[in-house]
Design a protein around this ligand. Structure first.
Ligand SMILES: Nc1ncnc2c1ncn2[C@@H]1O[C@H](COP(=O)(O)OP(=O)(O)OP(=O)(O)O)[C@@H](O)[C@H]1O
Ligand SMILES: [Mg+2]
Length: 373
């Protein structure tokens, strides 16, 4: 899948932008604060329906203006173009259209356009808290399994509902109600665990192969799912359910005492290891970046297997900490994947991509000032 063109109007620091992309490699070069990340954010918004920054929708409107609009043309399987249009007027509901037809909910946008993004912030996958890792897995699986998103939404409601029951559990009839909520928790929770287990097995498979290549076979990479209810690696869905129920039955007194749902996929984590040591504590900056890169490239392979096409790869200023060998590995790896790279400096990039089919855009104060084909 490729993005053919991008039109922006009053989005962040872009007053008006209208560009056509190369079907393989696109490089945006500019000093700090010129709009490189903003441009990637507009593509991400069309794919996931949310921004990857912590902003509200009003913050996306160019200062002093009252609305913004994004229009992206994508092409799937070389067959037909689709136009994704997002418009937003200050303090009103966002409108999302596909080929001119309005979507009921903007969450329906997920799945039309797949992307994998890698920003410096993604080092949180290694360095951050378990919440960050669960967030990353949730976004990934939701992109390829529509049911997963729905399960997550239900699971959140179940945790809230169950916590309310645990909070005012003062008579025996409430114990019956609690047991119903336990069933919900175990049913939906086990499904989420199964999806995560399958996804993370795949991710581990591809990421370890890719990391071996990135490091010239000198370092070993491992990724494992630390499921809160126990070791579920080789269990079937039914066996996961059984284990979950045992965990709840054994610890229910504790949950009643703490008045909180303490066990389940909302407590899961992922452990990434290099040469058998936890990466979070022992990886160097460049190694941690390489590990995230391996994970991101693995995501691309999983999406390709699932939907039959490569997603668009967005790399926001992530090359600078990779050594030249790792950079050229990456450039070689993406030769069949539409990629958008941003960087402040093109001196070593230009040499690396000499032979690639590409477009280089120079960006200054929200405007494209020069295009080199
Ligand atoms: N709603 C907005 N309206 C106008 N300008 C905005 C808005 N939101 C952010 N900006 C500005 O956009 C500019 C560019 O931001 P962006 O993050 O895209 O820069 P960048 O080119 O990626 O820089 P860096 O190399 O430092 O990452 C910033 O100066 C910021 O103040
Ligand atoms: Mg930036």
């Amino acid at each position: 899948m490729i993005v053919k063109s991008i039109k922006l109007k009053n989005f962040r620091n872009f007053e008006e932008l209208n560009i056509e992309l190369n079907s393989i490699l696109n490089i945006f070069i500019g000093d700090n604060g010129q709009g490189k990340t903003n441009l990637l954010e507009s593509i991400y918004l069309c794919s996931i329906g949310k921004t990857f920054k912590l902003n509200t929708e009003n913050d996306l409107i160019k200062f002093g203006q009252n609305s913004f609009e994004i229009e992206i043309v994508i092409n799937k399987e070389n067959k037909y173009d689709k136009i994704i249009n997002i418009s937003y007027i200050k303090n009103q509901k966002r409108t999302v259209k596909i080929n001119g037809v309005k979507l009921e909910k903007s969450s329906e946008l997920i799945g039309y356009m797949n992307n994998v993004i890698f920003t410096p912030d993604d080092l949180k996958i290694i360095k951050g808290s378990p919440i960050e890792r669960r967030k990353f897995v949730n976004i990934d699986i939701s992109q390829i399994k529509p049911k997963y998103k729905y399960l997550l939404k239900n699971y959140k409601k179940i945790i809230t509902g169950r916590n309310n029951i645990l909070r005012d559990l003062n008579n025996s009839s409430n114990m019956d109600v609690l047991s119903i909520w336990n069933d919900y928790l175990i049913d939906i929770g086990s499904e989420i665990i199964s999806y995560r287990n399958e996804y993370l097995k795949n991710l581990k498979h591809y990421a370890s192969l890719i990391y071996a290549d990135i490091s010239d076979n000198k370092e070993s990479f491992d990724l494992s799912y630390k499921c809160d209810i126990g070791n579920i690696e080789n269990l079937s869905k039914e066996e996961i359910k059984k284990l979950f129920r045992e965990k709840i039955d054994k610890n229910i007194e504790n949950e009643i005492f703490r008045k909180n749902s303490l066990y389940g996929p909302h407590k899961d984590d992922i452990i990434v290891k290099i040469n058998n040591k936890d990466f979070k504590y022992f990886g160097s900056q460049g190694q941690q970046r390489s590990a995230v890169l391996a994970i991101k490239l693995a995501e691309i392979e999983i999406i390709k297997n699932e939907i039959g096409e490569y997603p668009v790869l967005l790399l926001d200023d992530v090359l600078s900490e990779l050594d030249n060998k790792r950079k050229s590995f990456l450039i070689d790896y993406i030769k069949n994947i539409q990629t958008i790279i941003t960087s402040t400096d093109d001196s070593d990039l230009k040499d690396l991509v000499k032979k690639n089919d590409k477009k280089i855009f120079n960006i200054c104060e929200g405007k494209i000032v020069n295009i080199i084909v």
